[in-house]
Write a protein that binds this ligand. Structure first.
Ligand code: CS2
Ligand code: MN
Length: 357
């Protein structure tokens, strides 16, 4: 595996790329053109500039998270084909720059959802947390306001204010869309990309829904082993793969992450590894990466990745906010650096105690 960190690029991330380079074991970054809206076209010069900004710190761009998929594509709205055309041309531009992995999600309207972005823990650190009861008491517009209020002035990935403007119209559209239709729209999308993916050898890695169940009555399909397998069958080509996100899949304790890793095998093109502390069904806090700090067995997860011969990018996903750091919720430097070092340590230990790759 290659240990990486997510970096939002110049002007967007409070973490300097030079600091990322100082984390032992980190050999690249996962980044994006953060100012782009879903459906936009990415220009070759913009991609080159992003690569150069990371390259100046000696870090290659090992993947893009995300080229976001528009609701026009997800809901088959009139601009679907235009946006798919933009997506294909963006992939061509990425391919020409040698970027071979793109993460995306297929969640309607919202990306990841949390009820609190800075829940204070007894040790004074803060974490993102989710409580279905709180979410049930908030309307969709309210969640936007709540997320913005707690974001510390940062624009959160997936919660760009531009999305809010269309929200009522989108809810009306999705009332007509069930799981089966959402899968149809995913198939249409991924199949349209295939020739380009093959030509440039770009791996698409769909991110699981977070949390892994429908919220606000919107359909969600990337929720567990069976549905992820179905997503892979939509276009049975190795370029159509998944992001294994332990925190998103793990929001539902019924998802056995090591087993899912073994099932999906070489169709895993990217891995987000983080830990959660479960309190009750639909109620969890994010935790430090260390197994003992949460409910998940991080050794078993890394071991499963090791056993399948995983060679792609891994990143610590969200971290706690510690040591007085001010950063985008989940995306401070310090706790993610601890997470990266811990996960690299597990990997080394698994290898040295007889794991074979
Ligand atoms: C990420 C997601 O911060 C996070 O939770 O894992 O925002 C992820 O980047 C997107 O869902 C992928 O498109
Ligand atoms: Mn993730």
């Amino acid at each position: 595996m290659k240990m990486t960190l997510r970096w939002y690029g110049p002007g967007y991330d409070s973490v300097p790329i030079q600091h990322i380079r100082q984390i032992p074991g980190v050999s690249g970054v996962i980044t994006t053109l953060y100012g782009k809206q879903a459906g936009d076209l990415w220009m070759p010069a913009e991609i080159r500039a992003l690569k150069e900004a990371a390259g100046e710190a000696g870090l290659p761009v090992l993947g893009i998270e995300s080229v976001n998929v528009s609701d026009d594509i997800k809901a088959a709205l009139p601009k679907r084909d235009e946006h798919i055309d933009h997506y294909i041309r963006t992939l061509e531009a990425l391919g020409q720059e040698g970027i071979g992995m793109v993460c995306y999600n297929f969640m309607p309207v919202f990306d990841w959802t949390r009820s609190d972005l800075a829940k204070i823990r007894p040790d004074g650190s803060s974490v993102l947390s989710y409580d279905q009861e709180i979410i049930d008491g908030i309307d969709p517009e309210g969640i936007f306001a709540a997320m913005e209020k707690r974001s510390g002035g940062f624009t959160l990935p997936g919660w760009e204010p531009e999305r809010l403007r269309r929200i009522s119209a989108l809810f009306a559209v999705y009332r007509e869309i069930d799981e089966a239709k959402l899968f149809d729209n995913h198939r249409y999308f991924i199949r349209a990309l295939l020739p380009t993916l093959r030509k440039y050898d770009i791996k698409m890695a769909v991110h699981p829904d977070d949390p892994a169940w429908p919220v606000f009555g919107l359909p969600r399909i990337m929720t567990g082993a069976e549905n992820l397998q179905r997503a892979l069958r939509q276009a049975d080509d190795p370029h159509n793969g998944v992001t294994l996100c332990t925190g998103s899949l793990g929001s539902d304790p019924a998802n056995d992450i090591p087993a899912i890793i073994r099932q999906l095998g070489d169709r895993i093109h990217f891995a987000h590894v983080r830990n959660l502390a479960h309190h009750a069904p639909g109620k969890f806090d994010e935790a430090a990466h260390l197994s003992a700090d949460g409910s998940m067995d991080m050794y078993a997860i890394m071991k499963a990745l090791y056993d399948i011969g995983y060679r792609g990018a891994v990143r610590p996903d969200h971290g706690r906010m510690i040591w007085g750091e001010t950063a985008m919720p989940g995306y401070g430097l310090y706790d993610r650096a601890l997470g990266a070092a811990y996960l690299s340590g597990l990997w080394e230990a698994i290898g040295k105690s007889g794991g074979k790759q």
